[in-house]
Design a protein around this ligand. Structure first.
Ligand code: SAH
Length: 254
């Protein structure tokens, strides 16, 4: 059942999505006008809803759909890369994850989704203006209860916590490794996301110098496939490149 507090979208026959947070009142929906959310609360996920004579399907949003819908400034981490980061970090409910920086909060959403409700994500962001946009995005998703945003530099900030995993999306993650060693627990997992190969080399060498193990770098190539009446082929407008991911684990000091 779709419930109060859920973030849902209304899908029209052309594939357009209209987003709203379900509250027991009239809600202003961008692109649609004012909608009575009471008509949607209590309906089954995926129900047909009629609004002002038009037909929509109401779906509760998945994290990937949410990430695609974000109000974005800097380049976001796409669902395909976020899925790899969450899985390779081995995230489970209850984990504490440290992230830097926040950007638009796309990766943050995927991290929170993996560790909630018992765990939390602590995000360090150096620029206040990005922090504000990301905060709006995470609040809109209703996920801010599992999230702590701190303004500061991940290279030097004293975090005062023990993390199970760390995810860095910033230009020079290798310069944060001295600090990562202070808060990442023994056995903890490390991920970095960078767009250029020279950065991959910098991060891998930094991890080696800091004694990290199980170091590996990957790129995810994903192509959308279109099925037309005359044939099936990759989409012409596929994204050629997003970023490289570097993973590692921290051993205990003996
Ligand atoms: N992963 C984000 C995008 C991050 S963009 C997303 O999916 O939306 C990179 C961010 O890192 C920017 O917001 C930038 O301000 C921040 N940043 C760069 N250096 C940093 C540092 N030393 N400490 C904390 N944040 C940093």
């Amino acid at each position: 059942m779709l419930d109060e507090g859920d973030l849902v979208y209304l899908l029209d026959p052309k594939g357009n999505r209209y987003w709203l947070n379900l509250r027991r009142e009239m809600v202003r929906v961008q692109g649609l006008g004012v909608v009575d959310a009471n008509k949607i609360i209590g309906q089954e996920d995926g129900s047909r809803i009629k609004i002002a004579g038009r037909d929509f399907i109401a779906f509760r949003a998945t994290i990937a759909e949410l990430m695609e819908s974000l109000d974005r400034g800097p380049q976001i981490i796409t669902p395909k890369d976020a899925a790899t980061i969450v899985f390779r970090l081995g995230l489970r409910a209850g984990d504490t994850v440290v992230e830097a920086g926040v950007g638009s909060g796309a990766l943050t959403l995927a991290l929170i989704n993996a560790v909630m409700p018992a765990g939390k994500v602590v995000t360090m962001e150096i620029r206040e203006e990005f922090a504000d946009r990301a905060r709006r995005n995470i609040e809109r998703a209703g996920l801010d209860k599992y999230w702590e945003l701190r303004i500061g530099d991940i290279k030097t900030a004293e975090l005062g916590l023990v993390a199970d995993a760390v995810a860095l999306d910033m230009p020079d993650p290798q310069l944060a490794l001295d600090n990562v060693e202070r808060f990442l627990r023994p056995g903890g997992r490390f991920a970095a996301y960078v767009p250029n190969t020279n950065q991959v080399a910098d991060v891998v060498h930094g991890l080696q110098d800091h004694g990290f193990l199980e170091i590996g770098a990957v790129e995810n190539i994903q192509r959308n496939i279109e099925a037309h009446p005359g044939g099936v082929r990759p989409a012409f407008e596929n994204l050629a490149h997003t970023g490289y991911m570097i993973f590692a684990r921290r051993p205990a000091r003996s």
